[in-house]
Design a protein around this ligand. Sequence first.
Ligand SMILES: [Zn+2]
Length: 295
Amino acid sequence: MLVNLKEMLTDAMRNRYGVGCINAPNTTYLRALIDAAEEVNIPLVIDHAEVHDPLIPLERIAPDLIGCARRAKVPVAVHVDHGESMNFIMRGVNNGFTSVMYDCSKLTFEENVSRVKAFIEMVRPAGISVEAELGEMPTTLNDTHGGSSASTAYTDPDLAHEFVERTGVDALAVTFGTSHGIYEKEPVLDFEHLKRLREATGETPLVMHGSSGVPLPDITKAVAGGISKVNYYSYLAVESSRFAGEVIEADRAEGRPTFYHELVEKVYVHTKAEAKKLYGAFLNGFEYRRARNDE
Ligand SMILES: [Zn+2]
């Protein structure tokens, strides 16, 4: 079922599990991600990032995202990821997306507050949830989000407190050791800093970007420490490609052609299995179905 991000994250926060937020730039990924969520029984956020728009325009993928979300047996939110231009964000809003990340993290604190606050006032009446980011997330080589920042500053807990108070934002992306893209060395998360951020932000769900490449036990620890939305993509995308290469190589070694439709189907099965491992780590031991039935 298609749901609002705020409602989904409120449940995740209350029960200390994390929901994945994963880019779904094609129908193979979309099917793998949602089918895995149904099999594991966990809500999911699927998103379209502004940097993926040249690959597939939002208007082309939106009916697939929203249709699959509506038909899913688990709650699914359809989210604009890293919207920086108002034009892109409004294309998401006008095409039925249920939430938006309005990323003003590169601007000053005051500018970030005023733009996010004004945007929330505009879209909240339409039932759209808003995520913002505070503290510029570093990016690494081959970042699929096309970033270039070398900043290593973590989100300031006092500013995070002020930000959520002044904006009333539905979810806040914070930095405490992750980066976008492919890591050059294994990331080290500052869980003490996460604790301070969690304490400073009251009832606002927190989001961890750059989660792919973080060892799964550390992701679970971050969820236990108060992260409710886990943005994950780069490593999954690389793993699907690695697997496709393995299939093509195995066919070549046996002297048979690789048919595209068969290759895509194998990639779907493999990606779904990988996604299920991720979702298991995000659940942090929580059994989603039982909790829903108990309410
Ligand atoms: Zn991100």
